[in-house]
Write a protein that binds this ligand. Sequence first.
Ligand code: C5P
Length: 400
Amino acid sequence: MLKGKEIILGVTGSIACYKAVEVVSRLRKLGANVNVVMTDSAKQFVAPLTFQTISCNPVHTGVFDIKEYNIEHVSLAKKAELIVIAPATANVISKMASGIADDLLTATVLAARSKILVVPAMNEGMFRNPILQENIRKLRRHGFLFAGPSKGGLACGEEGEGRMIEPSEIVDEVVKLIGARQDLKGKKVIVTAGPTREFIDPVRFISNPSSGKMGFALAEEARDRGAEVVLISGPVGIKAPQGVRYIPVTSAEQMRNAVNNAFNVCNAVIMSAAVSDWESSGCAADKIKAREGPLELKLNRTPDIIAGLGRKKGKRVLVGFALETNGLIKNAKIKLKEKNLDLVVANRASNGYPFGSDTNRVVIIERSGKTTELPELPKSEIARKIIDKIVNIFTTKVRN
Ligand code: C5P
């Protein structure tokens, strides 16, 4: 849920520090990379070694620790998607509200452009103090987010408001802020990927250089957003993602059968596979002998899988790809219409690109004719944009 997310956890001097260790552990279990920044007072409560061991990263403490050529507070601030300050004392809250940057944590906060979540922990009297409340209001106005405190037993022996919320609640807040959206929960999505191979004899085939990277990225994105994913892929050299049903196939015919088997119970099909358009009219039983002169092959059209789905799609969302060397938008629009698709992702093939590349440049075309031209992006980012569009279509289809 937090795979690949960079989080800074700022820990300040409160007895609730020991609970911050569990926050790190939970964030890591969800896939986040956590860098812990401790203030000097925090080090009085929990040893940096504890955080270092749990986070699997060095713990950052001094503003003057300069790593290589990076100024640490700036480099930390740059790479984080979220800064969580838990526990946040009255002292650090008021320092942040005044723009003070006299230690690594406050300097990092001042340099940050990411979201900042503050999780207060203090005595009730301190929390209710009007100066602190004014500082919290000021930080909120500047976009700082707050979670808690809750009411309950405080370290001083009193009962009251000021208790840091529980580690599980802090992690829930983090997931809400930066976690993968679960907007495909309850949906079943088929993704096809890679090339197909059409054998002309036992050792030779017709195929293309598709790497499967786009389809695999789509399957991962759909999975991360809560969908149940069936990934049907031709032969590729990359590892199947975890948490999806993976069906490896070889030929267009096998891909069609696998897609049709899963089709009835699915809500969407994304055909990103580069299905071969032709197959040999009959695969020779033995290896064709090399003789002098040309070899003539008779090729038949393979089943057009997506066109077949388009004829029986019902309420399902159907997404096709169009790889063109010329007339990109015109040809893609024709495919969208003829194959009864909801979306077509058009991309240009030139000098081997985008085969095997980690990036691509695509234009997403909707049924309404709306086109979205994306700059060159990692395939994972393109997958996110395509899934966004699919979610949009689901939402409009439900409304209609
Ligand atoms: O016509 P063209 O092959 O360019 O169409 C591309 C789209 O059609 C892709 O989504 C591809 O997966 C799908 N396709 C198919 N069956 C075929 C050939 C392509 O479903 N035999």
